[in-house]
Structures are given as structure tokens and as C-alpha cells.
Design a protein around this ligand. Structure first.
Ligand code: PMT
Length: 403
């Protein structure tokens, strides 16, 4: 998604400067052309050659080298870049920019540029909490600069608290958000993701192979495009998505209750979760012992969450998924009608690269009127974008038709 994007990466002098190397790797991996600007003190932590080698571009470190033609090119970049990210951003650079001081290349660049600027601060906990830093951040925010919240944890100085550089994944997500269209602004989207777990006894459960990747990608892409997103998630190893309200559940009944409790004002529901259709009729209080004899697990049905939403008179725009192993279109078509959906995303979970636990998917989108759109194998991030595009297009079509 960053293919063809020009990104300026400002690196200032803090121990987290080594993490900007990882950020640079992620940015270039996704196709961005990155030019790095380091403050003088940043070069005490990481050598410019590291950034130069990994970005394939000269690194600017001093305002006084501006006479070199490559550096003059960098000044021109301030106007033709798509985004300027400062990570880590020290209290010093934040203070300088908030107060109009442009005494090195990076602060000059920030003041010269008209493109969006994202600060990812990293500093000692007390510095972060200091009224001076907070005042500077608040005035920069008022002026339209964007900020990541630093993470909490053990800092290099030995103190535990807020001040660590935000996760690289979270910074990447915000970079993509700032470069995405805001075409989902005004949408309040509730997305379910992951499997459910139905306990048999305190040690065992019934579950499925869903990793949550499909639902988490949908949530991240919808948020980047301006939607307000609530993610109701079964147990997964996926990283907590940035800027999204996440409600963690285990069972299908808990998922149904969490969805019900978060439906207020929701315009669209996307059920990507693999909800268990059945649960054990009884849950043993103790771990079931291995004994001689026959074993039989009696099951009872779980609520069909999507069908329940489809029966509501005030139902939001409803998107279901169909995880099928045969007769994909036939089964998905039946589900769209039975559950009263606006559209369904069908995936053959037996196809290589599709369905459970992989980073890619192959989908067909079926509309209520039976129209089917086929998509090739794509990353789940791209699939998420295609699903959201389709939702927008269907809503626009209905508006045009006055429905
Ligand atoms: O999580 P990943 O590893 O990335 O894998 C993605 C996925 C394969 C889980 C996803 O692409 C997918 O297909 N999700 C739906 C899985 C599923 O439960 O399909 P289904 O055909 O059994 O159910 C149809 C629809 O009804 C689904 O939207 C489901 O969320 C919903 N449902 C199902 C049962 C139930 N009791 N309540 C429901 O709401």
C-alpha cells in the first residue's frame, strides 16, 4: 500500500533511534521510497551509513551540508514527499518545533513542509509527563501535527512507565492511515474476528482454526480510512489493533452479548469471526479422566449471531462471511438469504492460500441480488480494502436508487 510513496523519516537522538532502522525496513518493504534525516545527536546512537544502506538514499545530517546537490534535492523533497515521520521524537525536537526554532536540517524541514507530519515520541517517563512537553504537544496538535502515544513498559533508563517508542506496527498503521483516503468517515463499523472457544472442562475446549487475521485486517484498514471501529475478538495471537476499540471474548454467547452491547449507532456489521455453531451441553467442573468405556460429547446449538442481527427491524448494513469446503456459491447464496444479509464474502477454506490462519485469501463477494464479484489471491490487508470498497459502492448505489 506504500508503493510509490515518498516518505521522509526524521530520526532524533534517543536510545530508541535503533528502532527507526526497523521502521525504515518496514516502510521500504511495503514499497515506499524513504529519505532519512538525522539530527546530530541521533548519529551518536546509530550510524548514518546504516540508514543510507537500507534506504538506498543519502542521509542528511547537517544543515551546513546543504550546498551539496544531493542535499538541495532533500529540501525539494519537503514539498514533494507524501509524509514526514519523526521516530523517535525527543522532547527537544518537539519543543523546538512547537516554539518555531529551526536550527538544524530536521526542524527546518518540518517548518518548510506542507505535508502531514507524524511524531512518534520516545523519552523518559517523567519527561513525557512534564507540563512543558505536554503543553508543546498540545499546541502542535492544535496546529494540525499528528502524534502517536508512546507505549508503556520498561525504559532504557530502568524506569517503568509511559515513554517507550510506540510499536513499529502501530506506527506503520498510522503512516498508512495518514496516507489513506478518509472515505469511511462517518461510518461506525463493528467487526468480529477470530474463533470462539467452548469449554468441555477446565483444560479442554472446542474451537477452530481461525487466527483472527481476516477480521483484524478489516478493522485496521477501516480505521485507517476514517471509520470508527469496534472489534469483537475471540482468542487470537494478533496484536491489539491501534486506534480501535477492542472487546475480547471467548464463547459464542459472550460474542453475541458483546456485539449486542456495542451496536448503538453502528452503520455496518462485518462478521469475519468463525463462531462455533455448537457447544458442549455440559461443562465438567473437573478435568475429565481417562477411564475405560465409551466417550460421547453431547452438544447443543449456539445462537446464530448474524441471523439474529438480520431479524432486527433496525438492522445495520450486514456483511457475513461464508467459510465453505464445497459448493461455495450455492452455500454462500443460501446464507445471504437465510441470515437476511446485504452481502456475503465467500471463501473456499480448502484452497491453498485461502481461509484459516494464512496471510492471504481468495474471495468471492455475493450481493443480495445474486451478483458475484471474483477476486484473485491477495494479502488479507488487500482483501480487507476490497471488501470495504464493495460495501461503499453498494451503499452509494442504494442511495442513488433512493433505498
Ligand atoms: O481468522 P482467519 O485465520 O484470518 O481466517 C479467516 C476466516 C476463514 C475465519 C474468514 O475468512 C471466514 O470465513 N469467517 C467466517 C467463518 C464462519 O464461521 O463461516 P460460516 O459459514 O460458518 O458462518 C457464516 C456467517 O455466520 C459468518 O459470518 C459467521 O461469523 C456467522 N455466524 C456463524 C455461526 C454462528 N453461530 N453465528 C454467526 O454469526
Amino acid at each position: 500500500m506504500l508503493q510509490g510513496k515518498e516518505i521522509l523519516l526524521g530520526v532524533t537522538g534517543g536510545i530508541a533511534a535503533y528502532k527507526s532502522v526497523l521502521l525504515l525496513r518496514e516502510l521500504t518493504k511495503e514499497g515506499a521510497n524513504v529519505n532519512v534525516i538525522m539530527t546530530k545527536s541521533a548519529t551518536n546512537f546509530v550510524g548514518p551509513l546504516t540508514f543510507q544502506t537500507l534506504s538506498g538514499n543519502p542521509v542528511t545530517t547537517e544543515i551546513f551540508t546543504l550546498f551539496a546537490s544531493s542535499e538541495i534535492g532533500h529540501v525539494a523533497l519537503a514539498s514533494r514527499a507524501d509524509l514526514l515521520v519523526i521516530a523517535p521524537a525527543t522532547a527537544n525536537i518537539i519543543g523546538k518545533i512547537a516554539n518555531g526554532i529551526a536550527d538544524d536540517f530536521l526542524s527546518t524541514m518540518v517548518m518548510a513542509t506542507t505535508v502531514p507530519v507524524l511524531f512518534a515520541p520516545a523519552m523518559n517517563t517523567n519527561m513525557w509527563a512534564s507540563p512543558v512537553v505536554q503543553r508543546n504537544i498540545s499546541s502542535l496538535k492544535t496546529m494540525g501535527y499528528n502524534f502517536m502515544e508512546p507505549a508503556e513498559g520498561e525504559l532504557a533508563c530502568g524506569v517503568t512507565g509511559r515513554g517507550k517508542l510506540a510499536d513499529i506496527d502501530a506506527i506503520m498503521d498510522e503512516v498508512k492511515a495518514l496516507l489513506s483516503p478518509d472515505d469511511l468517515k462517518g461510518e461506525k463499523i463493528l467487526i468480529s474476528a477470530g474463533p470462539t472457544e467452548e469449554a468441555i472442562d477446565p483444560a479442554r475446549c472446542l474451537t477452530n482454526r481461525s487466527s483472527g487475521k481476516m477480521g483484524y485486517n478489516l478493522a485496521a484498514v477501516a480505521r485507517r480510512r476514517g471509520a470508527e471501529v469496534t472489534l469483537v475478538s475471540g482468542p487470537t495471537a494478533e496484536l491489539e489493533a491501534w486506534g480501535i476499540k477492542v472487546v475480547k471474548v471467548k464463547t459464542a454467547v459472550e460474542m453475541a452479548n458483546a456485539i449486542d452491547a456495542n451496536l448503538d449507532g453502528v452503520t455496518t456489521v462485518i462478521m469475519a469471526a468463525a463462531v462455533a455453531d455448537f457447544r458442549p451441553a455440559r461443562q465438567a467442573a473437573e478435568k475429565i479422566k481417562r477411564e475405560a468405556g465409551d466417550y460421547c460429547l453431547e452438544l447443543e446449538p449456539n445462537p446464530d449471531i448474524l441471523a439474529g442481527l438480520g431479524r432486527r427491524p433496525d438492522k445495520p448494513f450486514l456483511v457475513g462471511f461464508a467459510a465453505e469446503t464445497s459448493k461455495l456459491l450455492e452455500h454462500a447464496g443460501e446464507k445471504i438469504q437465510r441470515k437476511n444479509l446485504d452481502m456475503i464474502v465467500a471463501n473456499d477454506v480448502t484452497a491453498p492460500g485461502a481461509g484459516f490462519s494464512v496471510d492471504t485469501n481468495i474471495i468471492k463477494i455475493i450481493d443480495r441480488d445474486g451478483q458475484t464479484t471474483d477476486f484473485p489471491l491477495m494479502s488479507k490487508e488487500k482483501v480487507a480494502g476490497a471488501i470495504l470498497d464493495h460495501i461503499l459502492a453498494l451503499k452509494q448505489k442504494r442511495r442513488r436508487q433512493g433505498q
